[in-house]
Design a protein around this ligand. Structure first.
Ligand SMILES: Nc1ncnc2c1ncn2[C@@H]1O[C@H](COP(=O)(O)OP(=O)(O)OP(=O)(O)O)[C@@H](O)[C@H]1O
Length: 243
């Protein structure tokens, strides 16, 4: 059964090129909770500070909180993009990540080549990968751009392509940042339909969002983050009432 277990999970980012010592000192004095000096005398941002939680199969969890609270950092950590500097994290289950639109995309290759590569990587044969490319290209509405290098896509086209790639297979653990719900009205409608199916199929959903309508509609549990810590964790209605 898929699950996520975090124990004292801590993520920090070193800040380079801060320059003058006086600036360092001022920063540290003004933000003692988020900034500290590490053993190498670098100023580091404490993005996530000692998080403890367990998410089991069947749970749909919203990560909520103000700008800079740590939602995206937590999603990226769950996806394996960031390595914790402290604590333990276990993620069991096949992950599907809708976090960074350009992640894993080769900008010099065409949309079709990118899709085919993903298919082959997942163990499909060439015919299956080719069929996948057609299906994804059609869903993303790329038309002839399917055979053009991705670097010449508009931002919206990149989002549609990565959305279509990431959602075509049903992951057990679905990690999603809210901007995947953005886009033009026509695509948004298609995306919502697709996501509703995906959310229903996934064993675990973790969604970072500012949209409380989406939280109420899709999630069973909310984790409220503030300055890298968990302020509240529980059923959506309870956490939203406390927020
Ligand atoms: N690559 C990075 N380098 C340095 N600091 C970072 C980096 N990524 C995030 N941070 C810091 O970590 C903290 C958490 O940021 P994060 O993006 O996770 O917040 P968020 O809750 O997703 O915010 P938003 O709602 O604005 O998207 C912030 O203080 C941010 O400045």
């Amino acid at each position: 059964m898929p699950y996520i277990a975090a124990r004292d999970l801590t993520i920090e980012f070193p800040l380079y090129h801060l320059g003058a010592r006086s600036l360092k000192k001022r920063l540290l004095a003004h933000s003692p909770l988020r900034l500290r000096q590490d053993e190498a005398n670098r100023v580091v941002v404490s993005a996530l500070r000692g998080l403890d939680f367990r998410i089991g199969a069947g749970e749909r969890v919203a990560l909520i909180g103000r700008n800079g609270a740590g939602k995206t950092t937590l999603l990226r950590t769950l996806a394996g993009v960031y390595e914790p500097v402290g604590g333990r994290l276990e993620v069991q289950g096949q992950i599907g990540a809708l976090i960074d639109p350009a992640a894993g995309m080769d900008q010099e290759s065409t949309g079709r080549e990118n899709i085919t590569l993903r298919g082959l990587f997942r163990g499909m044969d060439e015919a299956e990968s080719a069929a996948l490319a057609e299906e994804i290209g059609a869903f993303a509405g790329l038309g002839e751009f399917l055979d053009v290098p991705v670097r010449s896509y508009s931002a919206g086209m990149q989002v549609r392509l990565s959305f279509a790639i990431a959602t075509v297979m049903s992951p057990e653990v679905l990690l999603m940042d809210e901007w995947f719900l953005a886009g033009d009205a026509e695509f948004r409608e298609k995306a919502r339909e697709k996501l509703t199916g995906l959310v229903e199929d996934a064993d675990i959903l973790v969604l970072a969002t500012h949209d409380m309508g989406v939280v109420r509609e899709w999630c069973t549990r909310a984790i409220l983050l503030d300055a890298g810590r968990i302020l509240a964790d529980g059923p959506v209605a309870e956490v939203l009432a406390a927020a």
